[in-house]
Ligand binder design. Structure first.
Ligand code: 5AD
Ligand code: SF4
Length: 434
């Protein structure tokens, strides 16, 4: 979603006549989009501030703005923490960022913060996402489309409900308009975005749910061969969704379903609103509907109170489900979240050991699953040349596996059949067959 926000903000600025600078040294304006999900992400941003300060010393008229989740989280405090910052714009005000920047540049003359900081209005998340009229796209092949934002769940470790607000869905009319536009411009792969796409439609005047939206998208934009979505919550991933995934030709056979832990005790403390058994049932159902479909997930290891036995349950769930891939994180305490009341009692060293062990197991599972594809034929949409000096091209299967092939001919943008000849844990090697 940050990627999409950055793209839309770029579009707003291009519409106002701004141009991309070749480097940060040459730029008159730097907007830094930020993520708060883990402390590591925040530290990276704070780590860049020294460099920004130096740039500003050399070029005092440079405008530096912070946007996104950290802006929402820290608000005006940013000005105190980092005086080189001119603008703080939260996730709820992004559609105004172009006007804010102009105002700062106009009223520059000495005033450090020419613009009052936008009040961080979580409850008035941009009308109709405000940004969807922006035509600019960073890519010609793949597009991101925000269909809802915010989250009504309250997982105890998670800062997202505080930085992205409550769930708000875009009207289907507005989404379908955007999809038609993307179809007419030849986009081949569209990712529908939301913190919790399965509960799409909640609070809308119209009678529409996520499965219904996918059906509508298929009907109005059948030229787009690949529709994906991220992220789903296990509690709202229903049979009807799996049926639609199976039946609609454009909806890709890949489900990202974060589980976080394989231990019921940990899931309870995380307030995940599902058990290990419920999750495994959903996965079984998914596999029944889409036997060739792929699965990915997120895990947090080292959550407060996670015992060796809890961690073993996580490894066991990993083995049982056989995810194609998994994003695994060590628990990071986020200020203001309910989990801060729990004692963060797993040592950093132990968290790190569990992370390594879980990653090792997942790599072995990913490798095994990828090796099972050797000899099969896959439809691959090619996205890029892997290296400038090589005749190798990288693309994705419908199940989101990365495939690399050698070809004398430029494959970028093409959809081709590929025979898989070798496999590693993150990449498949193939040969063109069509
Ligand atoms: N610590 C570690 N990982 C987190 N995630 C969310 N909050 C935290 C946190 N406090 C992970 C979850 C989520 C993914 C986007 O980030 O696994 O699914
Ligand atoms: Fe965070 Fe939980 Fe909402 Fe996902 S479902 S965004 S982890 S609160």
């Amino acid at each position: 979603m940050n990627e999409r926000d950055s793209e839309a903000v770029t579009g707003i600025l291009f519409d106002k006549g701004y141009q991309a600078a070749a480097s940060t040294e040459e730029a008159d304006l730097i907007l830094y989009n930020t993520c708060s999900i883990r402390d590591h992400a925040e530290q990276k941003v704070f780590g860049r501030m020294g460099a920004f300060r130096k740039l500003k010393e050399k070029k005092p008229e440079l405008v530096i703005g912070i946007m996104g989740c950290m802006a929402q989280e820290h608000g005006e405090n940013f000005f105190k923490m980092n005086p080189e910052i001119d603008l703080v714009c939260g996730t709820g005000n992004l559609s105004q960022i172009g006007d804010l920047v102009e105002e700062i540049q106009r009223g520059r003359a000495g005033a450090r913060h020419a613009v009052p900081i936008q009040k961080l209005a979580i409850d008035r998340i941009d009308d109709d996402y405000g940004l969807d009229g922006i035509q600019y796209r960073a890519d010609k092949l793949k597009a991101l489309v925000t269909i809802m934002k915010g989250c009504d769940h309250r997982c105890t470790y998670c800062i997202v409900p505080y930085t992205r607000g409550v769930e708000i869905s875009r009207s289907s009319e507005s989404i379908l308009r955007e999809m038609k536009d993307l179809a007419s411009r030849g986009f081949q792969d569209v990712m529908l975005l939301g913190q919790n796409v399965n509960s799409y439609g909640k609070g809308l005047d119209e009678n529409m749910d996520f499965a219904g939206l996918l059906e509508k998208i298929q009907a109005v934009a059948p030229q787009i061969p690949r529709i994906r979505f991220i992220t789903s919550h296990p509690k709202d991933a229903h049979t009807r969704l799996f049926a639609v995934m199976r039946d609609l030709p454009s909806v890709c056979e890949h489900l990202h379903l974060p589980v976080q832990s394989g231990s019921n005790a940990v899931l309870r403390r995380m307030k995940r609103e599902h058990t290990r058994e419920w999750y495994l049932e959903q996965i079984e159902e998914y596999k029944r509907f889409l036997p060739q479909g792929s699965l990915s997930t997120d895990f947090i290891v080292g959550f407060p109170g996670e015992t060796e036995k809890d961690f073993a349950d996580t490894l066991d769930l990993m083995e049982k489900v056989e995810f194609d891939s998994a994003y695994i994180f060590t628990y990071s305490e986020r200020p203001g979240t309910p989990a801060t009341k729990l004692k963060d009692d797993v040592t950093e060293q132990e968290k790190s050991r569990r992370l390594q062990e879980a990653m090792k197991l997942q790599r072995a599972i990913s490798l095994r699953k990828n090796q099972a594809l050797i000899g099969t034929s896959q439809e691959v949409l090619f996205e890029s040349k892997t290296r400038r000096d090589e005749n190798r091209y990288g693309g994705r299967t419908r199940t989101y596996k990365r495939v690399v092939v050698s070809s004398a001919q430029d494959l970028v943008g093409q959809m081709r059949q590929v025979k898989i000849v070798a496999a590693a844990d993150e990449t498949l090697l193939g040969e063109l067959t069509s």
